[in-house]
Design a protein around this ligand. Structure first.
Ligand SMILES: C[S@@+](CC[C@H](N)C(=O)[O-])C[C@H]1O[C@@H](n2cnc3c(N)ncnc32)[C@H](O)[C@@H]1O
Length: 220
């Protein structure tokens, strides 16, 4: 309980400072974390997993629980404060500490991240609803370049948040949200294999599960 309160306080402090890129009112619940990491639960052997936007680490915690010998886990986080929080967890949190040394935190925007090998699983915590549509398009381009041919990508968004914000926004923001809708719908149509609802999160969220377009038919 103490750990959860601390995680919320750290997250909220940072959210106030960097609302555009943090884009949430609190860290993801364990139910949302579990759903985001679900495709990784079933992985049979050594796999490569990438978490984008780990924040204070609620999804990281779940991924670490599922790591098997030989797995490779990278994280990409833009915000220095969150990188510091994560590094601290790898020093003193009992769920994180045993994995220190085999996990790498890359401190940079995902748009600039390069990898020599593709990932079997990508889990994104990025707040797309706050981003310009061109950035979201670029980031999906990066995700699909990094994703192995039979890899799975998960990301979340708060239920109905885009629609709600569209209804109350005006001017440039309204048009940004309409374009964002087009980008996300296009990707859902081409790449989404399923969508899960997670009610036990504040606010409730959808988790989207995506694959390369040529894999979609056999997994839908
Ligand atoms: C909504 S928070 C999610 C945090 C955490 N995954 C969770 O579920 O509680 C978004 C996270 O994405 C990070 N972020 C935003 N833009 C990013 C970018 N372009 N590249 C990497 N991380 C980014 C933020 O710093 C923040 O940690």
């Amino acid at each position: 309980m103490k750990r959860l309160v601390k995680e919320h306080v750290e997250f909220l402090q940072e959210c106030r400072r960097t609302v555009q890129t943090t884009g949430a009112i609190g860290p993801s619940s364990r139910f949302l974390a579990r759903t985001l990491a679900r495709p990784f639960e079933r992985h049979p052997g050594p796999a490569r997993i990438l978490e984008v936007g780990p924040g204070t680490g609620p999804v990281t915690r779940r991924i670490l629980k599922l790591l098997k010998p030989g797995d490779h886990f990278d994280m990409v986080e833009l915000n220095q404060t969150f990188v510091d929080v994560l590094n601290r967890r790898f020093k003193d949190d009992p769920d994180f500490k045993p994995h220190a040394g085999r996990v790498k935190i890359h401190h940079l925007p995902i748009q600039e991240f390069r990898s020599e090998a593709p990932y079997d699983f990508i889990v994104s915590g990025l707040p797309f609803t706050n981003f310009p549509p061109e950035l979201v398009r670029d980031i999906f381009g990066v995700f699909f370049r990094l994703l192995a041919p039979d890899g799975v990508l998960t990301y979340f968004e708060y239920m109905y948040m885009r629609r709600l914000r569209q209804a109350v926004s005006v001017g440039a923001d309204r048009s940004r949200l309409a374009q964002l809708d087009d980008v996300l719908s296009e990707h859902a149509q081409r790449h989404r294999i399923r969508r899960h609802s997670v009610l036990r999160n504040m606010p409730p969220a959808w988790v989207h599960e995506l694959r390369h377009a040529d894999q979609v038919a056999q997994h839908r």
